[in-house]
Design a protein around this ligand. Structure first.
Ligand code: ATP
Ligand code: MG
Ligand code: FE
Length: 349
């Protein structure tokens, strides 16, 4: 089926068009620059940007895919989780589009969409089940057990406080680096020693994971970095920015990879799928690939344009739902900022 997907859960206005498992276009407009001076995404600013970007993005995506609105078999949209106001803009637009075109509408889960992104990466071959999925971005840090993308996604753990990307953004700020902090820390860390400072690895002892819980916590790490920087400043010593960045990055990467691979072992799953904007971090990709190989686990990392928020992954998830015989959503749904990952499709008829 030819599906147009709309994604507005955070600061990316994403419009994607797929034909089944084939990616035809993936237009992404980000309002990130507008949030930079606030050091994080401002919900109202993001929502207004979506409103402005939607129409031109839809036109651009259709043009790139060389299809018209009348050709579409379905419209798909992110219902949640995400920022309520931002989601609402996409949900409203999708409903208007589907109703006016007389096309079926699929309201889907953003996190499951991140997993569906993998399907569009033609080079990696079909997604195999079961797989453990680690989704890390500015808004979420989730470890999932995926038995079937369209019917069975289980939450193994999520962050209790800051998301991994958020931790990068906050620590960058402590170091005087601009937003978004992830790429900045990455750059600064390149010349640093990851073993220079031993920062805490929250909730990653064996006992923390013993009861099949894989929750994450990054606020303790952030506080530890803040305290370390304060002490250094109080002593009037020069700030070893590269070492702090490298040591902090190592702590985050260590926790993420340790937990993901522990879950693979515990559930006897030899596959790990990575997704979310933090996957842009080279150290995370390298450590995950290395340690997974040692553990006999195959790592899949979709193309980076498919890892950050985008509409193509939403369209891809809807296309899978259609292929497995699922009917469309009714119009009785809205933006659900806390939609649980187990709800893959909302308002299914
Ligand atoms: P959502 O949480 O809904 O997926 P988001 O916009 O917060 O949306 P993304 O756009 O997927 O998330 O990713 C942005 C986050 O990724 C930011 O927190 C940013 O600092 C982080 N990030 C980007 N590049 C890197 C990197 N090289 N290393 C670490 N973090 C990075
Ligand atoms: Mg973003
Ligand atoms: Fe996301």
């Amino acid at each position: 089926p030819l599906v147009l997907g709309i994604e507005t859960s955070c600061d990316e206005t994403g419009i994607g068009i797929v034909r089944g498992r084939m990616l035809l276009s993936n237009t992404i407009a980000s309002s990130m620059d507008e949030h930079a001076r606030y050091g994080g995404v401002v919900p109202e600013v993001a929502a207004r940007a979506h409103l402005e970007e939607l129409q031109p993005s839809i036109e651009a995506a259709l043009a790139e895919a060389q299809v018209g609105l009348a050709d579409l078999d379905a419209v798909a949209v992110t219902s949640g989780p995400g920022l309520a106001g931002a989601l609402m803009v996409g949900v409203g637009a999708a409903k208007a589009l589907a109703v006016s075109l007389g096309k079926p509408l699929y309201a889907v889960n953003h996190l499951v969409g991140h997993i569906a992104a993998d399907i569009l990466d033609a080079e990696s071959g079909p997604l195999e089940y079961p797989t453990v999925a680690l989704l890390v971005s500015g808004g979420h840090t989730s470890l999932l057990l995926v038995r079937d993308l369209t019917t069975d996604v289980e939450l193994l753990g999520e962050t209790m406080d800051d998301a991994a990307g958020e931790a990068f953004d906050k620590v960058a700020r402590l170091l005087g680096l601009p937003y978004p902090g992830g790429p900045q820390i990455d750059r600064a860390a390149a010349s640093g020693d990851p073993a220079a400072i031993r920062f805490p690895r929250g909730l990653s002892r064996a006992s923390d994971m013993a009861e099949h819980r894989y929750d994450f916590s990054f606020s303790g790490l952030k506080t530890a970095v803040a305290r370390w920087i304060e002490q250094r400043e109080a002593a009037g010593e020069e700030m070893p920015v590269a070492d702090v960045a490298a040591s902090f990055r190592e702590a985050v990467v260590d926790v993420l990879v340790t937990k993901a691979l522990d879950a693979c072992a515990r559930y006897d799953v030899p596959r790990l799928l990575l997704g979310g904007g933090v996957i842009a971090n080279r150290r995370l990709r390298d450590v995950a690939t290395e340690r997974a190989a040692a553990a006999g686990v195959t790592v899949r990392i979709p193309d980076l344009k498919l890892c950050t928020d985008n509409g193509a992954m939403i369209a891809a998830l809807a296309a899978e739902l259609i292929a497995s015989g699922r009917g469309p959503s009714t119009l009785a749904f809205g933006a659900d900022s806390t939609l649980p990952v187990t709800e893959i499709q909302v308002a299914a008829a």
